[in-house]
Write a protein that binds this ligand. Structure first.
Ligand SMILES: Cc1ncc(COP(=O)(O)O)c(C=O)c1O
Length: 473
C-alpha cells in the first residue's frame, strides 16, 4: 500500500472509528458471542490476493464489533476504567504510522527523549519529587516483575552475575497484602522467590489496607530465621476495593531490613493528578519504585504503564546488555531505554500520552475524574440508603462495592443470589459489572469512570440492578 492509497483508506477507517464511538452507547455492553464463534466466522486460510478495504470494514462490523465487550461504553462499570480517549488514539495512529524502532537512543532519538519528557510531565502532574525517573512499560504486571528482579539483585548484590538465586546461602522473602493484585504473586514466582517465600500479609479488615503490624512481625520472623527480607510490594488502590496500604509505615518497616519497596498504583495512580487525593499516597516518596497506568482511568490508549524509579542506575545494572551491534559513541551520555526494561525493540509509546495531555489539557482530565469521584459518592449514598443493600467498603475513589441481601439470606445462598443478579445485569447488555470475592463472599464492584459515563448512566444502572434483583429472587 502506497501513501496515497493509505490516505484514502485511513480516512475511511477513521470515519469508521468515529462512527463506532458515536453508536457504542446503543450496543450491548457485553459481547454475547459463544467461544469459537469469531474463529468460525473468519476464513481458515489467509488471502493470497489483496482484498478491498470494504471487505475488511464489512468484517469489522459483522465479526469484530459483536465480538467485543465495549470498554468505551458509558454503562461499562466492569473491572476498571480502560479509557482510550480519542486524543490519545491520534497519538497511537502517529506512532504506528511513523513506525519508529526504539532499540537504541540513536535508532529514534525523539522516541527516547519524548518518553523522558512525557514521564516527567506525568511526574509533575502527580506532585512527585524530581527524585523519580520514569519509563513506559506495557503494563503494571511488568513493572511488578521488574521491581522484584531489581529488589532481588539489590539485596544479593548482583546474584545474577554469579550463580543466581540458586547459589545464595539464604532464601529471599517478598511481601504484599492478600489484597494485592495476582500480578504481584506472578511476578514473585517469575522472579525466582518461590511461593514458600512470598508472604501474603493480611489486611486490617477484609478488603482494607495492609496490616503493618503483621508485616513487621512477618519480616522480623523471617530475619530471625535467617531469611532475607528483600521486597515489599505495597498497593495504592487495590483491585477489589481500592484500599490504600499505608506507604509511610510500609517504607519505614522495610527500611529496617534494607528491603526494596515497590508501589503498585496501577488503577489509582491517576488520582495523584488531583491534589485533594494525594493524602492517599502519603509516604510514597520513601518508596524505591512506583507504577501506574495512564491507560486505565486517565485515558491513554492501552500499554501506557508508567514505571518510576529513584535509582535508574540500579535498574540499568540489572537489565543492561551491550551487544556489539547496539553500541554507539553516545553510550553513557544518553538514556538507553532497552536497559530500563525487558524488551529491546520498543514502540513509540510516549506519543499516545503526549497527544492526550496536549490535546485535552490536564485541567479537563482532572475535571472528568472529579466528575467520576462525585458520581461514585452519590451512587454509594443512593445504594446505601436502600433497604437490603450494603456498600461494603469506603469509596476512596471511583469504585463502589455493593451487595444485596434479601432478608436473612447468608452463606452460599447469598453468593448464589449475588452472582445471579450480577449475571442478569450483564446478560441484559444494558450495563456491565464485575463480581469479586471479599472476605470469601461474593460482592459486586461498580467501577465508575468510563470517559462517557454521566450520572444518568448510574441512575439507569441502579434501576437495572433493582429490577434484576427482583427478577432473580
Ligand atoms: C492494583 C493492580 N495492579 C496490577 C494490575 C495489572 O495491571 P496490568 O494489566 O497493567 O498488568 C491491575 C489491573 O487491574 C491492578 O488493579
Amino acid at each position: 500500500m502506497g501513501p496515497e492509497e493509505f490516505r484514502q483508506a485511513a480516512h475511511e477507517l477513521v470515519d469508521w472509528v468515529a462512527d463506532y464511538r458515536l453508536k457504542v452507547a446503543d450496543l450491548p455492553v457485553r459481547s454475547d458471542v459463544a467461544p469459537g464463534e469469531v474463529i468460525a466466522a473468519l476464513p481458515a486460510v489467509p488471502p493470497e490476493a489483496p482484498e478491498p478495504l470494504d471487505a475488511l470494514i464489512e468484517d469489522l462490523d459483522r465479526v469484530i464489533v459483536p465480538g467485543l465487550t465495549h470498554t468505551q461504553h458509558p454503562r461499562n462499570f466492569a473491572w476498571f476504567p480502560s479509557n482510550a480517549s480519542l486524543s490519545s488514539v491520534l497519538g497511537d495512529i502517529v506512532a504506528a504510522g511513523i513506525g519508529a524502532l526504539g532499540i537504541t537512543w540513536q535508532s529514534a532519538p525523539a522516541l527516547t527523549e519524548l518518553e523522558q519528557v512525557v514521564c516527567d510531565w506525568a511526574r509533575q502532574l502527580c506532585g512527585l519529587s524530581e527524585a523519580w525517573s520514569g519509563t513506559i512499560y506495557d503494563g503494571a504486571s511488568t513493572a511488578s516483575l521488574v521491581a522484584l528482579l531489581v529488589a532481588r539483585e539489590k539485596v544479593t548484590n548482583g546474584s545474577q552475575r554469579r550463580g543466581g538465586l540458586q547459589a545464595e546461602d539464604y532464601p529471599l522473602t517478598a511481601y504484599c497484602s492478600t489484597e494485592a493484585h495476582s500480578a504481584v504473586t506472578k511476578a514473585a514466582l517469575l522472579a525466582g522467590y518461590g511461593a514458600e517465600n512470598l508472604r501474603l500479609v493480611p489486611p486490617r479488615r477484609p478488603g482494607r489496607e495492609m496490616d503493618v503490624a503483621a508485616l513487621a512481625s512477618s519480616m522480623a520472623d523471617d530475619a530471625a530465621a535467617g531469611r532475607r527480607p528483600a521486597a515489599v510490594v505495597a498497593t495504592a488502590g487495590t483491585t477489589a476495593t481500592t484500599a490504600f496500604d499505608p506507604l509511610a509505615e510500609v517504607c519505614e518497616i522495610a527500611g529496617h531490613y534494607g528491603a526494596f519497596v515497590h508501589v503498585d498504583a496501577a488503577m489509582a495512580g491517576s488520582a495523584m493528578l488531583l491534589p485533594e487525593c494525594r493524602e492517599l499516597f502519603a509516604g510514597i516518596e520513601a518508596a524505591d519504585s512506583l507504577s501506574w497506568n495512564p491507560h486505565k482511568w486517565l485515558g491513554s490508549v492501552l500499554e501506557t504503564s508508567l514505571f518510576y524509579v529513584r535509582q535508574p542506575e540500579l535498574l540499568v545494572s540489572v537489565m543492561s546488555t551491550n551487544p556489539s551491534f547496539l553500541r554507539s559513541s553516545l553510550d553513557g551520555s544518553v538514556v538507553q531505554y532497552r536497559d530500563w526494561g525487558l524488551p529491546l525493540g520498543r514502540r513509540f509509546r510516549a506519543l499516545k500520552l503526549w497527544a492526550l495531555l496536549r490535546l485535552e489539557g490536564a485541567e479537563a482530565i482532572r475535571g472528568r475524574m472529579r466528575r467520576d469521584l462525585a458520581n461514585a459518592q452519590r451512587f454509594a449514598s443512593v445504594v446505601g440508603q436502600e433497604t437490603g443493600w450494603t456498600v461494603l467498603a469506603p469509596v476512596k475513589l471511583q469504585t463502589v462495592c455493593v451487595r444485596h441481601t434479601p432478608g436473612e439470606m447468608s452463606g452460599e445462598a447469598l453468593d448464589k443470589h449475588t452472582l445471579a443478579w450480577c449475571e442478569a445485569v450483564n446478560s441484559s447488555g444494558l450495563a456491565h459489572l464485575t463480581p469479586a470475592l471479599l472476605d470469601g463472599r461474593w460482592m459486586v464492584r461498580v467501577s465508575v469512570g468510563a470517559e462517557a459515563t454521566e450520572w444518568a448512566d448510574l441512575e439507569a444502572l441502579w434501576a437495572l440492578m433493582q429490577l434484576k434483583v427482583k427478577a432473580v429472587l
